[in-house]
Design a protein around this ligand. Structure first.
Ligand code: SF4
Length: 346
């Protein structure tokens, strides 16, 4: 669309430290990290932020306003455009984008949005493939290296043809990774708050760790699904579509903010599909996931599926998280072997 896009450096300890120093102590981790991202982008010359907004009882709906005030106090003057979930559908979304792109033709705007959305869809498809390969690859980390490279080539793609080529090449490389298809792996549902699920730094690489520990992970949320549902009212094609929230009843029948219904719904559905366990990850003080956490014991008892909940904040240590994941994996193997043993005796 003709913007100069300034991408802040990948989230690091410095990013988190900038956020922690300047955010309210009890703000949730994503706000602190985002604040650090904005401060680092400012150092690189960014002057406008486009970010998503939210509605409902969780704090995400106030992020943009709060972050703007903190940034102003710090002398970082930003213009912020908030893309709230559409009240009037897709037209509302394009009207907001229009405010920033007065001199750009509608054709270019639509092409730009389409390209960005398609990039998210292709990245999600590759991530799902990586989740399948991780526990089975002969050399741990091969799929992640290819995926990291593919993110760069997808980022560079300037049109749909280049994008399709980058995606096709990445997929081909991933499918050729030497791996043991016969290997027995655990199946784990990774559920929780969206930011900690999508940003590996925030969750201390929980998804990758589970894969390397021999578990095939299915996540309850993917970025393309969120973009389609929340910004385009579910009208676009190509996104990962799981619709877990529909399965949350009777355990959780109401919207309580964030993605609690997706977390519970994924737990219910994946238990029914024979998954070995559920790992829930959330920022400390995340209200919707605290609600889900309090409901998971009944899901676990009713559907006989073990659930591990991990809260993360700026004080989380990777060794502590890794040890808990290892112990959980051991328990799941124990449960699976005892079930197999019972079947043999019967
Ligand atoms: S979902 Fe949780 S972490 Fe995300 S903004 Fe809401 S309260 Fe904070």
């Amino acid at each position: 669309m003709g913007f100069t896009v300034i991408v802040p450096p990948p989230t690091s300890k410095r990013t988190l430290s900038l956020g922690v120093q300047n955010a309210p102590e009890f703000a949730c981790l994503p706000l602190k990290i985002n604040l650090g991202n904005f401060m680092e982008a400012r150092e690189l010359g960014a002057d406008t932020i486009i970010m998503a907004g939210g509605v409902g009882p969780c704090r995400f709906g106030l992020y943009a306003q709060l972050e703007k005030e903190i940034l102003e106090d710090l002398g970082c003057h930003y213009e912020i455009l908030v893309l709230e979930p559409p009240e009037r559908g897709i037209i509302d979304f394009f009207k907001k984008i229009r405010k920033l792109t007065e001199k750009v033709s509608w054709w270019r705007i639509i092409q730009g949005v389409r390209l960005g959305y398609k990039k998210a869809c292709f990245v999600d498809k590759l991530e799902i493939l990586v989740q399948e390969i991780r526990p089975r690859e002969n050399e741990l980390g091969t799929a992640d290296k290819i995926f990291a490279h593919s993110l760069k080539t997808i980022d560079k793609a300037n049109n749909l043809d280049e994008l399709a080529e980058a995606y096709g090449l990445a997929k081909e490389k991933l499918l050729h990774i030497p791996r043991n298809e016969e290997k027995e792996v655990l199946k784990i549902g990774l559920v929780g708050e969206i930011y900690t699920l999508l940003e590996p730094f925030a969750s201390q690489d929980i998804e990758k760790r589970l894969g390397y520990l021999g578990a095939q992970v299915t996540r309850s949320l993917y970025l393309s699904e969120w973009i389609n549902e929340h910004l385009f009212g579910g009208l676009l094609s190509g996104a990962v579509r799981q619709g877990f929230s529909k399965h949350a009843g009777p355990f959780l029948n109401h919207f309580v903010g964030g993605h609690a219904r997706e977390s519970i719904g994924a737990g219910v559905l994946l238990a029914g599909e024979g998954f070995d366990g559920i790992v829930q990850v959330a920022p400390l003080t995340c209200m919707p996931e605290i609600v889900a956490h309090s409901i998971f014991p009944s899901v676990s008892d009713t559907l006989d599926i073990p659930v591990l909940t991990i809260y993360v904040d700026e004080l989380s240590g990777q060794e502590g998280i890794h040890t808990r994941l290892e112990a959980f994996i051991d328990l799941l193997w124990g449960k699976r072997f005892s079930l197999d043993h019972e079947k043999t005796i019967c």
